[in-house]
Design a protein around this ligand. Structure first.
Ligand SMILES: [Fe+2]
Length: 400
């Protein structure tokens, strides 16, 4: 279904275009067939000798005549009749014949360049094999000798013939062929482009999978280092994603924000275990060492460009909305919004988890803490969002 949705319109366009080209070609073939079988006729009076038409020019003449006697001794007239047929069109003419109309009587003695059929007042000339086709601008000649009582003059003729048209010679065919080539090139380019895009997408997905698995593995390292906060990074990631969804981030951005949150404590990898896992309260020096994990995290992710904002998530998630946080003491909107969301999610998870020195806090206490710190530690909007998510049960408390 995804493939149909993605490629359906383009494939439909290609199919419709191909069908249009195909039917245009079939129509052109029919047109050529009609032209090749359609007989046209030319009827011209030859009383004045020769006549010229647009397509066919026929000249007829009696080149010589003589007196003679037939087999029974009667006097008769002999005549040599010569004809030329010129094709004035721009296409070859085929399947032609010339029908001559003349007075009754007369015997054909001989003829050349074809066959002669003499019937009453009509003499039909059918060209021989070599003259069957009259090419454009060329002339075919034929003739016969005829005996009759008086010299018979040809009064008129009718020319029958049809064009010989080659599909490949037509301008429309060339245009159609051009369309088909263009269609083929576009289809090939489309397929190649889509294959390349598919491979690039697969490669990107694979690269992303490697990045994600690496980050998840790294977050496991971080969480394994802090024996009291197992699974902390993953939970903070989940809570931050819930908030991002509530703040109407795109699906893609929510995924990225999830990974930014997953890495927020990566700097803890550089904090000695003796400090990180010390039971009980920390002295000021130890607190300073712990606070270093934001800068260490920022440095670790300094050149991590695959996910925009990942460095800021680690560096600023302990900044306070009122400016009293670390490492830089940023205030309000100066703190990247993702870091403000991680800050709330991080604090919620700390309050909602069991520690060696205390159990998790009750739900009501957590909500009160969040409310109390609105505008102080937390961005009020973000804290309210978290409270809503808790109250709606989207983010469960340990008490639930
Ligand atoms: Fe932290």
């Amino acid at each position: 279904m995804r493939i149909i949705r993605k490629h359906g319109f383009a494939v439909l366009c290609f199919i419709v275009t191909f069908i249009a080209i195909h039917f245009s070609y079939r129509e052109l073939e029919k047109q050529v067939e009609r032209m090749n079988t359609e007989v046209f006729t030319e009827g011209i009076s030859l009383e004045t000798g020769a006549d010229t038409s647009k397509i066919i020019e026929v000249s007829a003449s009696i080149s010589q005549s003589w007196d003679d006697y037939d087999d029974e001794g009667h006097s008769c007239k002999g005549g040599q009749y010569d004809f030329t047929v010129t094709n004035n069109s721009d296409k070859p003419i085929q399947n032609w014949k010339l029908v001559l109309h003349l007075p009754k009587g007369g015997e054909i003695d001989s003829y050349w360049s074809g066959e002669i059929f003499n019937e009453d007042t009509e003499i039909t000339f059918v060209p021989g094999e070599e003259s069957k086709k009259i090419l454009p601008g060329t002339t075919e000649s034929f003739g016969f000798v005829m005996y009759s009582g008086v010299l018979r003059r040809i009064q008129e003729f009718t020319f029958y013939g049809s064009y010989e048209v080659n599909l490949q010679e037509l301008e429309e065919y060339e245009r159609l062929l051009g369309c088909f080539y263009l269609w083929s090139v576009l289809a090939v380019v489309y397929v190649v482009f889509e294959v390349m895009m598919y491979r690039a997408e697969k490669k990107r997905e694979n690269d992303m999978r490697i990045i994600i698995e690496t980050m998840e593995t790294f977050s496991n390292f971080i969480d394994a280092k802090d024996s009291y906060t197992k699974g902390h990074s993953k939970r903070v990631s989940q809570y931050t994603k819930h908030m991002a969804k509530r703040f109407k981030y795109s699906k893609e951005d929510i995924t990225k924000i999830g990974y930014i949150a997953l890495m927020h404590d990566c700097g803890k990898i550089g904090i000695p275990d003796s400090v990180l896992n010390k039971p009980g309260a920390l002295n000021p020096d130890e607190r300073k060492v712990i606070e270093e994990h934001t800068k260490v995290g920022g440095n670790i992710l300094e050149h991590y460009t695959a996910i925009e904002g990942i460095k800021e998530g680690a560096l600023y998630h302990h900044e306070r909305y009122d400016g009293g946080g670390y490492p830089e003491g940023l205030k309000g909107d100066e703190i990247p919004f993702v870091a403000r969301m991680i800050c709330v999610a991080d604090s919620f998870d700390a309050m909602n988890s069991d520690r060696c020195y205390r159990k998790h806090l009750p739900k009501e206490v957590i909500i009160k803490e969040l409310e109390k710190n609105m505008g102080k530690q937390f961005d009020p909007d973000v804290a309210k969002c978290m409270i809503d998510l808790i109250n709606e049960g989207v983010i469960p408390c340990a008490d639930d």
